[in-house]
Design a binder for this molecule. Structure first.
Ligand SMILES: Nc1ncnc2c1ncn2[C@@H]1O[C@H](COP(=O)(O)OP(=O)(O)OP(=O)(O)O)[C@@H](O)[C@H]1O
Ligand SMILES: [Mg+2]
Length: 267
């Protein structure tokens, strides 16, 4: 029997919410857990994830440090929709048959490849900056009363992809996880508003909100080196391990455990 990977799509129609950053950290977290991982960059015009992985591949000390890599495929769109979609399906099937997990990074727009990519998700992870502007892609909020008027375009798009799955005869249930990103302690009021609105919207639209990732330099500082904070145990490049990194690792562990592919660690 062919192996069928668990598919994680990282998506949000809003740009710059941390999709590629989360994808890379998720990939390395899963590799570190001993899982084999395939990855697809649908946002291959911008190619952040692809370049992050290529930077890792290019390290001369890769083998020496035992740094693990996913089997990665970048899919730059050619504007031939039929051909692009066929290529994505072929890539997806190939990787899904070979790996435990496939992670798909998507662009911050409603491109047709993104739509198709979303329809493969067993788990959809949506990083969301902790701002009412970013929440707008999920729901329209009534000014003044702060009540949710209606789900927005992206929420409807996720709904459509569930229908697409059902039409292909697959289970329509997608575990949708919203991950607040770049959390800071500076704006307590905004944080409270976001918490309340997300809790309400979660019930209405059908996602889970999990504790998010803090605003931390470490998430953006190692791109050129192709490293993530999970690699710091190797004590490379003079990156000193500190308390912020311990907290960051815990945040990532929470995400990986929420996806349910690894057993929760002890208390
Ligand atoms: N938790 C974080 N702490 C600090 N910086 C972060 C964090 N998450 C993301 N960033 C930074 O935010 C910016 C956007 O991140 P990223 O490129 O991952 O977003 P994206 O959603 O993939 O963007 P796009 O929609 O353009 O593909 C980058 O500069 C990244 O380094
Ligand atoms: Mg990106």
């Amino acid at each position: 029997m062919t192996r069928r990977a668990h598919i994680i799509v990282v998506g949000n129609e809003k740009g710059g919410t941390g999709k590629s950053t989360v994808s890379m950290h998720l990939i390395v977290s899963l590799l570190e857990q001993g899982l084999s991982v395939g990855s697809i960059d649908i946002d291959a015009r911008q190619a952040t994830l692809t370049r992050y992985i290529r930077n890792r591949e290019a390290r001369k000390d890769l083998a020496e440090l035992g740094l693990k890599l996913p089997e990665h495929v970048a899919l730059p769109p050619t504007h031939d929709r039929g051909a692009d979609e066929a290529r994505l399906v072929e890539t997806f099937e190939r990787l899904a048959a070979r790996h435990d997990v496939v992670v798909i990074d998507t662009p911050g727009s409603d491109h047709y490849l993104s739509l198709l990519g979303h329809s493969f998700a067993d788990t959809l992870v949506t990083p969301l900056n902790d701002s009412l502007i970013d929440l707008d892609v999920l729901a329209q909020v009534e000014p003044g009363t702060m009540k949710i008027r209606r789900p927005s375009h992206y929420a409807e798009m996720v709904w459509e992809t569930k229908k697409a799955r059902a039409m292909r005869g697959e289970k329509a249930v997608v575990d949708w996880i919203v991950l607040r990103n770049r959390l800071s302690n500076l704006d307590a009021r905004n944080k409270r508003d976001m918490e309340k609105l997300l809790a309400e919207l979660a019930k209405r639209v059908g996602f889970r909100v999990i504790p998010g990732l803090g605003e931390r330099v470490i998430y953006r500082s190692m791109f050129l080196e192709g490293l993530t904070l999970l690699d710091l145990r190797h004590n490379i490049l003079g990156f000193e391990f500190n308390l912020s990194h311990v907290a960051a690792r815990q945040e990532l562990r929470t995400l990986v455990e929420a996806i349910g592919l690894v057993r929760p660690s002890g208390p």
